[in-house]
Design a protein around this ligand. Structure first.
Ligand code: AMP
Ligand code: MG
Length: 360
């Protein structure tokens, strides 16, 4: 591959992906000339740019990437928090105090999200849909305008909707019935569904015999195997400004998921209100600007990365430990970096070394 790094990032992985989204949390970095051909696909789904790549027979890889693309489009429809689909139908039922029979896929997604919420001490809380809508983050475009009224935020903090309020009960006819004990529960899987999609895609690639592959959902990335006999070379986006702050090599089956407050935010009066909400205050989390998690299970990594942004600079190690996550890199608003001891040896900083690097 003779393309310059700049061109590679731009053409193969894309930048500038729509209003409010300033870039990718992670990307694939070029390595030295590769010999094994990579069949690639680029699409826009889950509100972000998606890149797929697989080594192997090109026709078979194309066919498999087609199937993944189709499945992603269905997932995006069925699991969308505010556009017509199965999840928004469920949310409408919960708003009316009704129960609803859901597909097995949605039931298992909700169970997985509920387990992750519980493990995170409800810092990852996808039952917060009402608060996320109140802050106007359920939108394709970047929002401006005054933050919501303190009273409205306080009311939702008091009613404290949680995943543990959900009842997901198999019926005699095999259907899964979902209801909520709390009328304020609305499900928003924006912090989780991409991880589930990553796991599904790698499972599908493996089932098709494609064992060297990459799936990048707007910076939430999962890889399998190797690239041209070497580890995949991954870049973690700098949370302040463009470019890459660190490079990480990965191989086997790993997800590298980054949650960043820079990805989407609302602006008012010179202040930014990022899209990740702290369920305790009902307000955007601002102390941690980026949390990168490496873990074999992408869905769990996705939930954890969101939870660690909420947890903040003091508490993230405790929440990571509770979730069984050992590889974390957190960047705070001052540019300081915190890492777990397992993560530290895997991270090579690119460019100027951060002002502070703490290994905990
Ligand atoms: P992520 O990029 O994975 O951190 O996901 C961020 C998205 O998750 C937001 O755009 C919201 O849709 C949703 N979200 C915001 N705050 C939370 C939270 N505390 N727990 C779970 N999901 C959240
Ligand atoms: Mg997440």
């Amino acid at each position: 591959m003779s393309m310059s790094r700049r061109n590679f990032l731009k053409t193969t992985l894309g930048v500038g992906i729509g209003a409010g989204m300033l870039g990718l949390g992670a990307s694939l970095l070029p390595t030295t000339a590769a010999h094994a051909a990579l069949t690639t696909r680029e699409m826009y789904v889950f509100g972000t740019l998606v890149n797929l790549g697989a080594e192997g027979d090109a026709a078979h890889a194309q066919h498999t990437l087609d199937a993944i693309e189709q499945r992603f489009l269905l997932m995006n429809r069925d699991w969308h928090a505010w556009k017509a689909g199965e999840l928004s139908t469920l949310n409408a039922a919960l708003a009316d105090g009704r129960s609803m029979a859901v597909s097995d896929e949605l039931a298992s997604l909700l169970r997985g999200a509920r387990d992750a919420a519980q493990a995170s001490g409800d810092l990852f809380n996808p039952a917060l849909g009402k608060l996320i809508a109140l802050w106007d983050f359920q939108s394709d475009v970047q929002q401006r305008g005054e933050p919501p009224a303190a009273q409205e935020i306080a009311a939702l903090c008091t009613s404290a909707p949680r995943m543990s309020d959900l009842r997901i009960e198999p019926q005699k006819d095999g259907r899964q019935m979902v209801s909520s004990l709390n009328p304020d529960v609305r499900i928003d899987l924006g912090g989780y569904a991409k991880g589930v999609a990553l796991d599904w895609a790698l499972d599908h690639l493996a089932a098709e015999g494609l064992h060297n592959a990459v799936v990048n959902l707007g910076g939430n990335l999962a890889i399998a195997g190797q690239r041209d006999g070497r580890p995949w070379h991954i870049g973690v986006r700098h949370p302040q400004g463009e470019g890459v702050i660190a490079a990480i090599d990965a191989q086997g089956r790993e997800a590298i998921v980054t949650s960043g407050t820079y990805e989407r935010f609302r602006e008012w009066d010179g202040q930014r209100y990022p899209h990740i909400i702290d369920p305790r205050s009902g307000r955007p989390a601002t102390h941690v600007v980026s949390a990168t998690v490496i873990h074999a299970d992408a869905a769990w990594a996705d939930a954890a990365a969101t939870a660690l942004v909420v947890a903040g600079t003091q508490d993230w190690p405790e929440i990571a430990a509770r979730m069984g996550i050992t590889q974390v890199m957190v960047i705070d608003a001052e540019g300081g970096v915190g890492m777990t001891a397992v993560m530290a040896p895997r991270v090579s900083f690119v460019g100027a070394r951060p002002a502070r690097v703490d290994v905990v």
